[in-house]
Design a binder for this molecule. Structure first.
Ligand code: ADP
Length: 424
């Protein structure tokens, strides 16, 4: 296996987002849940190791990231990519800065870039300031994030606050001049003792320039956007012989189901649309907390129904209903009770013959994947931006679509199942 790119992602759905980009660019990509313990198939251009390190203690994030790096180095991978969120989710303590520096130290490199831009999704960087759509990061909803409130849009300042090395900037005016100008800017920053450069990106063309000018870097750090530039660069250089079939998945046959624990607006709309014409079973967190029989009822219902067509089992609820459940059980318990129940349901579904499973919710996906003992996924075609079909590796293959929060259109569930059928 010639691993062109080895990625370390700081959360699960972020890892899928990057993997989806790489596949779109023509790289055959596998996502692993945590550091791989079993060998991976040979036919792969990129591996994305999904960690859960975004908001844990910096020392733990560093340790996990170094373990991932150790595995990637063992595979002889050509370039390492540290992937974080396009809204640069972090605090003055980290974890983007400390992990970046630990990787630089371990790889013996004195310079890297930081570029969370994802222009297609409205995340652009202009003179070092990160925009979410038309507003500065610090004016976006991210300023109120419960764990990583982003109250400063200047990425140079944000990165410098969590980094020992000097942080500099390569602005879009340089990117507009092309690869050679960016290489010169990098050489200049390096000679001045800068260790990390925030790089502007206003459009996909800038991502291509970034990828070309850092092609010989041991380490790049970025959101998922730069991944598309890197895949494009490898494809243009003729290194992706299987680009046309990079999204091909093995054939999976079996029953179909949807499990939803996301309470985002879009997931509420998706559940409502499904319920209007197809079978669905609602789980109530308070009932689940009060009686273990509640989940058994759901399982009995699904076993009864699923043989005759796809079913939905959901805890998805409106903000008022979520608040009511949280008031009764506490926020953490309400979440945990639902995640545990849906994980249990997912296991029962697979035992009943389900092999095509859609999961809505980032945390919910984590709980389901861990209950099913999934350790690696081959990434397939995109269903909607950020959400590809995948197939589990090791054990009996299951087609999984893991959809977080507000991703996907209102008809996502039926559309995703139809797309899978269409490729058969
Ligand atoms: P998203 O990707 O939309 O953020 P997550 O699965 O990450 O979705 O998070 C949703 C959280 O809400 C989970 O912890 C889930 O268990 C919890 N949850 C789901 N349904 C309910 C409900 N009816 N009441 C309270 N919490 C719920």
């Amino acid at each position: 296996m010639t691993l062109l790119l080895g990625c370390i992602a700081d959360d699960f759905t972020g890892a899928t987002d990057l993997a989806n980009m790489l596949v779109r660019g023509g790289m055959r990509t596998i996502q692993t849940i945590g550091v791989p313990t079993a060998p991976l198939p040979d036919e792969v251009d990129a591996v994305v190791i999904a960690l859960k390190s975004r908001t844990i203690a910096p020392a733990d994030a560093v340790a996990q990231s170094l373990a991932a790096l150790g595995w990637l180095k063992g595979q002889g991978c050509k370039q390492v990519y540290f992937k974080y969120c396009s809204t640069f989710d972090s605090t003055p303590k980290g974890n983007i800065g400390p992990v970046t520096e630990a990787l630089m130290d371990a790889m013996g490199t004195d310079f890297t870039i930081a570029c969370p831009a994802f222009p297609e999704n409205g995340r652009t960087i202009c003179r070092g300031y990160l925009f979410v759509g038309d507003v500065l990061l610090s004016e976006s909803g991210m300023r109120n994030h419960p764990l990583t409130p982003m109250t400063d849009a200047s990425l140079v300042r944000v990165m410098q606050a969590q980094t020992q090395r000097k942080v500099g900037l390569i602005s879009y005016t340089t990117l507009d001049k092309g690869t050679e100008a960016v290489r010169q800017a990098i050489a200049k920053l390096r000679s001045e003792g800068t260790g990390v450069a925030i790089v502007d990106a206003l459009a996909d063309a800038h991502l291509d320039v970034i990828a070309e000018s850092t092609a010989d870097f041991a380490l790049v750090t970025a959101g998922s956007g730069v991944g598309l530039g890197i895949a494009n660069a490898h494809r243009r250089a003729g290194r992706l012989k299987h680009a046309a079939t990079s999204a091909a998945l093995p054939n999976v046959t079996g029953l179909s189901a949807v499990v939803s624990g996301s309470c985002s607006d879009m997931t509420n709309a998706q559940v409502a649309q499904w319920k209007a014409s197809r079978p669905a079973f609602k789980l109530d967190p308070v009932a689940l907390a009060n009686s273990p029989a509640a989940v058994e009822d759901a399982i009995a219902w699904t076993k009864d129904q699923v043989a005759s067509g796809p079913v939905l089992i959901y805890a998805t609820a409106t903000p008022d209903d979520v608040k009511a459940a949280q008031a009764e059980l506490g926020v953490a318990r309400a979440g945990a009770v639902v995640e545990e129940a849906l994980a249990h349901v997912a296991k029962a579904l697979v035992a009943a013959g389900v092999r095509k499973l859609i999961v809505a919710g980032g945390e919910t996906s984590g709980a389901v994947v861990s209950a099913l003992g999934v350790t690696a996924l081959r990434i397939g075609p995109q269903i909607d931006p950020g959400v590809p079909w995948t197939v589990t590796l090791g054990g009996e293959p299951i087609a999984l679509a893991l959809k977080s929060g507000n991703f996907g259109t209102a008809d996502f569930f039926a559309k995703a199942l139809a797309q899978l059928e269409a490729t058969r």
